[in-house]
Design a protein around this ligand. Structure first.
Ligand SMILES: C[S@@+](CC[C@H](N)C(=O)[O-])C[C@H]1O[C@@H](n2cnc3c(N)ncnc32)[C@H](O)[C@@H]1O
Length: 219
């Protein structure tokens, strides 16, 4: 079991325990949003999300887990979907709410820890993870997958867009296809529908970084 213990800067994490990423960097996620756009914050929805949506991949109420400054959630809401975006970074959520207001697109943005999604007391037909899953260590991934299963309706869909280990020029925390298959298995409540190569755009990859686009079905 990984030790998700507190640090000397516990106040920066509120009542939650820092994630492995935060312990490694020594900074809360919120700090990523303090000095201009974060490397992943490209100021527009990820092309993979736009494509999935244009193919009718999203339906019902949608959860965007780790929504950041909300570009994906805002895009989905602009198509008429009911979307809740959650994140632990208050600064990102404040930016997302400002965009929502400025663009006149209604999206609900809320502070929530992805490890405790049942606290939302809501269920979703479609869930999006764009760039969150790959930030977790292996114990956290197991905990997160269980949390996701608890808020995804039976037959609902989860999309995970994460950096892949099939380079060149891989992004940080690359994930293998085998790891995705192992974590999203029937014992954890998931069927793998497809895991396809895709790209995740960042501010420092000209053509985007190699990614997996995993389509998981809740069983
Ligand atoms: C790499 S960013 C991706 C943000 C957004 N999905 C995007 O595509 O721009 C990962 C996001 O997950 C959030 N995050 C990290 N750990 C979290 C947790 N335990 N619960 C909820 N959000 C978390 C971070 O604050 C950050 O906004």
């Amino acid at each position: 079991m990984s030790e998700r213990s507190g640090t000397t800067a516990d106040d920066a994490f509120g009542s939650r325990q820092p994630t492995s990423h935060e312990r490694q960097s020594g900074l809360p996620w919120d700090a990523s949003y303090h000095d201009g756009p974060a490397p992943w914050d490209i100021g527009r929805p990820q092309p993979a999300v736009v494509r999935l949506a244009s193919e009718g991949g999203f339906s019902g109420t949608v959860l965007d887990a780790g929504c950041g400054t909300g570009e994906n959630a805002l895009h989905l809401a602009s198509l008429g979907l009911s979307v809740l975006g959650v994140d632990v970074a208050e600064t990102a959520l404040a930016i997302a709410r400002e965009k929502s207001k400025a663009r006149g697109i209604e999206v609900e943005f809320a502070t929530a820890d992805a490890f405790h999604l049942p606290d939302l007391q809501r269920m979703f037909e479609t869930v999006l993870d764009c760039g969150l899953f790959h930030t977790f260590d292996s114990d956290e991934k197991m905990q997160y997958v269980t949390s996701l299963a608890s808020v995804t309706k039976r037959d609902g869909t989860l999309y995970v867009l994460c950096f892949s280990d099939e380079g060149p020029d891989t992004g940080p925390h690359p994930v293998s296809k085998e790891e995705l298959k192992a974590v999203f298995d029937a014992d954890n409540g998931w069927n793998v529908v497809a895991i396809e190569p895709d790209r995740l755009q960042t501010r420092y990859h000209d053509e985007g970084a190699p990614a997996w686009r995993a389509n998981l079905k809740r069983i």
